[in-house]
Design a protein. Structure first.
Length: 147
């Protein structure tokens, strides 16, 4: 039985399809939702150490803005009465999403995909493919063409 849904969200409008579906299913199943926003690391560890103080403030602002945006989306899709947790993580989404699913004991991952749109994705696969291959639970992938 599905009691805990993990929904990785990017804060782009087209990505909200997965969140909207997660809210609908959470209402029907009386499940809990965890929203996960992953920010890739763009600098090496050495660069991060050199810029730590300056960057920590920027990361804090980015995190607060992301959490606020996720809360606005939850309200927009009528999930105010559901138990919703908000997680912000740094790293590669294809690795972080399955790790978080394992950590929180998710029963289902619901995510959106635009499909392959870069040469790199044709070679290495999409984030969705990476998650499917590593996930500890079922993954429902919603394609970009759904209205």
């Amino acid at each position: 039985m599905i009691k805990h849904i993990l929904c990785p969200v990017a804060l782009e409008s087209e990505m909200h399809i997965a969140l909207k579906r997660s809210v609908i299913w959470a209402h029907q199943l009386k499940a809990r939702i965890t929203l996960l926003n992953v920010h890739p690391e763009f600098m090496s560890r050495e660069e991060m150490e050199m810029l730590r103080v300056k960057m920590m403030e920027q990361f804090r602002e980015t995190s607060l803005a992301a959490k606020q945006k996720m809360k606005e989306l939850v309200e927009k899709f009528g999930a105010g009465d559901l138990q919703v947790d908000y997680l912000l993580r740094e790293g590669k989404p294809g690795d972080v999403i399955p790790e978080v699913a394992e950590e929180i004991g998710a029963d289902l991952i619901v995510m959106y995909t635009k499909g392959r749109d870069t040469l790199k994705e044709f070679i290495t696969g999409t984030i969705s493919q990476q998650v499917i291959n590593q996930a500890p639970c079922p993954v429902l992938v919603i394609p970009h063409h759904e209205k």
